[in-house]
Design a protein around this ligand. Structure first.
Ligand code: SF4
Length: 241
């Protein structure tokens, strides 16, 4: 059984084409800007069988077209990699495109197995510097970088995702360091800059959690353009999402 937080049908944001997006419960990061803080706790979630998700995927298949398919997001999906292997194996057998949206904070035998059935990883890099990474997420980035290297070595396609938080992850020197670090990763097709937003803030009150970035403004157009122009010189394609 997978512990599911929620589903999104006809999703267009998490991977190519039109997709069924499965959000799993539980994440070991506590990103200061997390827009879905209700997915962080490892408690809760609805136990859902692989068969049930396969049924939903088959029902929605007519909408997927050539590019679409199934994305598993979170929370952090790799905590449930063992069970996901069963799902992805079956999805691939039936010709579905499979995609994972992950912060890369889990790297074990199950994850290695899962990647054999994964067409695309949307890999969230929260920060290239380990201290800033810890400030933003509560954890260091070593495991994420290890997974990124594994994906490079095995040729799994990656879209990097990078949330641009003013004063936290928009420093010129670190954007350059990010580019230098990944510039020879041929498996990275593009980098998506995700503007910092406050759409999830109301959830914090409800969960009785403190929102730490209260005073941080959303990005200006200028900041987004500047970050894109720095990253453009390192990646095949950079988009602002
Ligand atoms: S990795 Fe994603 S789900 Fe986990 S805390 Fe960060 S933003 Fe939230």
């Amino acid at each position: 059984m997978l512990k599911v937080h929620s589903f999104e049908s006809l999703g267009t944001y998490d991977g190519p084409g039109i997709r069924l997006v499965v959000f799993l419960q539980g994440c070991a990061f506590k990103c200061l800007y997390c827009a879905n803080p209700d997915t962080i706790s490892f408690k809760g979630g609805t136990p859902t069988s692989v068969d049930e998700i396969m049924r939903m995927a088959r029902n929605q298949k007519p909408f997927f077209g050539k590019k679409g398919g199934v994305t598993v997001s979170g929370g952090e999906p790799l905590w449930q990699a063992g069970e996901l292997v069963k799902l992805f194996k079956q999805l691939k057998e039936e010709g579905f495109n499979t995609c994972l949206d992950s912060n890369g904070n889990v790297f074990n035998e199950d994850v290695i197995e899962l990647m054999k059935y994964t067409d695309l990883v949307l890999l969230d890099i929260k920060h290239i510097n380990k201290d800033w990474h810890k400030t933003i997420t509560g954890k260091e980035n070593a495991t994420t970088l290890k997974l990124a290297k594994h994906l490079k070595d095995t040729g799994v396609k990656v879209w990097l995702r990078y949330v641009l938080v003013p004063g936290y992850s928009d420093q010129k020197e670190y954007l350059e360091e990010l580019g230098e670090y990944f510039k020879d990763y041929d498996n990275i097709e593009k980098l998506e800059i995700q503007p910092y937003h406050k759409l999830g803030v109301h959830k914090y009150e409800h969960l009785k959690m403190k929102y730490e970035l209260e005073g941080v403004p959303e990005n200006t157009e200028e900041q987004l353009k500047r970050a894109k122009s720095i990253l453009d010189s390192y990646f095949k394609e950079v988009i602002v999402n």
